[in-house]
Design a protein around this ligand. Structure first.
Ligand SMILES: [Zn+2]
Length: 362
């Protein structure tokens, strides 16, 4: 499978936070024959290990999250409509009139739409109002509670944007869950490369769970692996569209991005200032392999690396990112060239990772 085929396969796989099983199966299937050891922990983290040729060299964890954000059924109305709650950062203003897919019992998939007041019946003062999630509802065509339950849908059933994947001009794509199936597809590319050429350092390739929900699934993987350093592969919001005047300067098509600062103060109160020595490694590898590296410092965004850094006696962490437009919608858009370059950068970092670096500060 090529990188784009795998990206498409993963983007079309429904796997909301806490319900990642289809992605866990696919990632395990794709990594199994490429690594020395593969296991899935109790939370669902896929942990694939390639042992290094130098047993004294440090261990590196490279991770991307398998889950996506979505919604969850919180109430079934008498007439078969479903009330929903958000799971992760779902923007309410894009929900009305969208297609959704429910991950029903027994692996069944149920189609639905998020309803709204027909345009012909909307009073003028309602036309520009965004409905909060409490006023939204999913219509699966059912007319009673019994029909809903018979379809395998119940309170607690996950709801995701209907999976889609389209190719745009200039080697770009627009799809559901580029966040973070782009990263997952790169994990396999990395493993393919390491199968051909064993690295000096030991590399743990991890597909983490629950990033969009509580950001802490990857922590559990890091606790058992105890890596010295870790690289998160995820996306960063690009600000190169005509509706963003002041942004982080990140552009789609201009290469992979190094996160220099992330912070999220609402609820999560965490972020990442990457380890300076690890940043040096990334910078050098980008320069040596002639990959243009963008940089960003963004408030309002963070990844599970923010929590991985806090494991044990500390883990040297850095965020590497794929520039992406329209994040957390069903049409997230990125460039395949950026994705390929991010993959090349990752390979270069693993191949050239300093074998005697201890990441001491001061
Ligand atoms: Zn993500």
């Amino acid at each position: 499978m090529s990188l784009i085929e795998r990206l498409q396969d993963y983007c079309l796989t429904p796997a909301m936070s806490g319900f990642e099983d289809e992605m866990i199966k696919k990632l395990s299937r794709d990594l199994k024959d490429l690594v020395d050891e593969l296991r899935v922990d109790i939370l669902g983290n896929v942990i694939a290990t390639v042992r290094g040729s130098n047993p004294k060299a440090p261990a590196l964890m490279v991770f991307a999250h398998t889950d996506s954000l979505g919604m969850i059924v919180k109430k079934i109305e008498e007439n078969g409509y479903l009330r929903i709650e958000r799971v992760g950062g779902v923007p309410e203003r894009i929900l009305a009139a969208s297609n959704v897919l429910l991950q029903a019992k027994g692996g069944k998939k149920v189609e639905g739409v998020i309803g709204f007041v027909s345009h012909h019946l909307t009073p003028p003062d309602e036309k520009y109002r965004v409905k909060p999630i409490g006023e939204c509802y999913v219509d699966i065509g059912a007319t009673s509670i019994k029909e809903v339950l018979d379809a395998g849908v119940d309170i607690g059933t996950p709801v995701v944007y209907r999976p889609s994947f389209v190719r745009l001009l200039n080697d770009r794509v627009a799809a559901t869950s580029i966040d973070d199936r782009g990263g997952c597809a790169l994990l396999v590319e990395l493993a393919k490369h390491l199968k051909q050429k064993r690295p000096a350092i030991t590399v743990h390739i991890v597909g983490s769970v629950q990033e969009e929900f509580n950001l802490r699934g990857a922590m559990v993987a890091a606790q058992s692996i105890k890596p010295l350093a870790a690289i998160s592969i995820d996306l960063v919001a690009a600000s190169d569209t005509p509706d963003i005047a002041e942004g982080n300067g990140v552009r789609v098509g201009a290469g992979p991005v190094l996160g220099t600062y992330t912070f999220h103060g609402r609820g999560t109160l965490n972020g990442l200032i990457p380890h300076p020595k690890l940043v040096n490694v990334v910078d050098k590898c980008a320069k040596d392999s002639k990959i243009t590296l963008q940089r960003h410092a963004t408030i309002g965004l963070l990844t599970d690396a923010s929590y991985v850094q806090l494991v044990g006696e500390g883990v040297a962490c850095v965020d590497l990112a794929l520039p992406t437009r329209y994040t957390h919608s069903g049409v997230e858009s990125c460039s395949l060239n950026d994705l390929k370059d991010l993959g090349k950068l990752l390979v270069s970092i693993v191949e050239n990772f300093p074998e005697s670096e201890n990441f001491q500060r001061g």
